[in-house]
Design a protein around this ligand. Structure first.
Ligand code: ATP
Ligand code: MG
Length: 421
């Protein structure tokens, strides 16, 4: 049998209600902040990610699903959401539209990674993007959205780590200091870090290897290199979060893995998900559009990994929705009753209820068993005498009481009943 590609997962009908629940909370939280949904293509020109995400990032150097299409163009499956949204924003002339522009997405992304718990090749994200606002209030609002989303999911042991990586000028000085600091150790560090050392030393701080981590702990801190403007921006973001009572810790090791960030960067992390503790991450990316040859527009955003969120929700025992059962199962005992059950099921469906009736010509006993398995709230049984009297025997499956209900009144009866379920 052909098997699912490595690093991918099926989301089966027995689990999809959890996904719908999380997506529902995401949409509801986005709405509270007036972020609207955006959908961009699953693939883009490779160049978009190479330039947008950054040539020295792990995503671009190692993780992209890139291929030539039949026309010989190099295209890449979306490894993250931000570059595509930036392209859509610019290409549709939205800089000239209503600002700030606020959009969210619920996407699957593709990265060629070594699969493990919380690290997949196809994974899903809830992301939010805010364009056109340079001030710290936009950073704070974006972080608040993320915080409220996680709180609504009942995740209380998640820590917000906050940092500022300054602007290009701050980083120029900082990178020099980092090079001076890492120089004596670089031969003991991993090959990737040696490349990072040459091209983008700050990225070394994001290395997950133990042999490199032992040197990064005592490295110079970017916060000591911020220029006056970047420092003031960071202070104001913190002040706004303080006022909104959003707890955070300043953590100079948060530098984020993608090149487009500037100033504010943040991660929501937890110990509950094992090694893959970052469930949501984001920051400001004021230079992204410029990097893509579009007139500069300030921007801030985040993305949360849904698979990781589910892992953490399970580990923390966060409330999970139960799979909702069908409103009514209609059991027919003989041929004519089955026909009546079929017609009534159709009627109930038209009235907005969910119901099922037998498709497998099962015995009555087997039909009841099935109704139980699908979590039917009511079971309406029709036999010879019910057919003659025009009323079904309706059993409330929660309290096991039964009542005789006329066929014409069944929809209303079930509707009223399920409201209080
Ligand atoms: P990591 O450091 O864990 O590799 P990242 O910096 O590559 O994460 P981002 O690109 O910022 O991650 O993506 C934001 C979020 O998306 C992550 O915090 C995580 O929850 C999720 N995520 C990223 N890559 C994967 C993956 N391969 N599988 C599952 N979730 C992922
Ligand atoms: Mg990664």
């Amino acid at each position: 049998m052909i098997q699912i590609p490595k690093g991918c997962k099926d989301i089966l009908p027995t689990q999809s209600h959890i996904w719908q629940y999380i997506e529902g909370v995401a949409k509801e939280t986005a709405r509270a902040y007036n972020f609207r949904e955006i959908r961009t293509p699953v693939f883009e020109h490779t160049e978009l990610f190479a330039r947008g995400v950054g040539e020295t990032t792990d995503v671009v150097t190692k993780e992209m699903y890139t291929f030539l299409d039949k026309g010989g163009r190099s295209v890449t499956l979306r490894p993250e959401g931000t570059a595509g949204v930036a392209r859509a924003f610019a290409e549709n002339g939205l800089q000239g539209g209503v600002l700030p522009f606020k959009a969210y997405y619920l996407y699957s992304n593709f990265r060629y990674e070594r699969p493990q718990a919380g690290r997949l090749r196809e994974f899903h994200q809830f992301g939010a993007e805010l364009y056109g606002a340079a001030g710290p209030a936009a950073d704070a609002e974006t972080i608040s959205l993320a915080d409220l989303f996680l709180k609504k999911l009942g995740l209380s042991h998640i820590e917000l780590k906050l940092n500022s990586i300054g602007c290009k000028q701050c980083r120029k000085k900082y990178n020099e200091a980092l090079r001076a600091y890492f120089e004596p150790h670089i031969d003991e560090m991993c090959e990737d870090c040696r490349t990072r050392f040459a091209k983008n030393p700050m990225r070394i701080l994001d290395c997950k290897r133990e042999e490199c981590k032992k040197f990064t702990a005592a490295a110079p801190r970017i916060l000591d290199f911020l220029c006056g403007d970047c420092r003031a921006h960071f202070e104001e973001v913190k002040a706004l979060l303080d006022r909104a009572k959003i707890a955070y810790t300043v953590d100079a090791s948060v530098v984020r893995g993608l090149d487009y960030y500037s100033r504010t960067v943040f991660e929501f992390t937890t110990q509950a998900a094992g090694a893959q503790g970052t469930v949501l991450a984001g920051g400001r990316y004021d230079t992204l559009l410029e990097q893509m040859d579009v007139s500069p527009t300030p921007a801030v955003g985040f993305a949360a990994g849904i698979e990781r969120l589910i892992m953490v929700m399970e580990a923390e025992g966060a409330p999970m929705p139960a799979r909702e059962g069908v409103d009514c199962y209609l059991a027919g005992l003989d041929g004519p009753s089955r026909m009546q059950a079929y017609l009534l099921a159709e009627e109930l469906r038209r009235q907005g209820l969910s119901c099922e009736t037998d498709l497998l010509e099962r015995s009555v006993k087997a039909q009841f068993k099935y109704a139980d398995k699908i979590g039917a709230k009511y079971v309406a049984t029709i036999g010879e005498s019910e057919l003659a009297s025009g009323a079904a025997q309706v059993k409330n499956m929660r309290d096991s009481t039964s009542q005789c209900v006329e066929f014409g009144a069944l929809a209303q009866y079930v509707k009223r009943g399920v409201k209080t379920w």
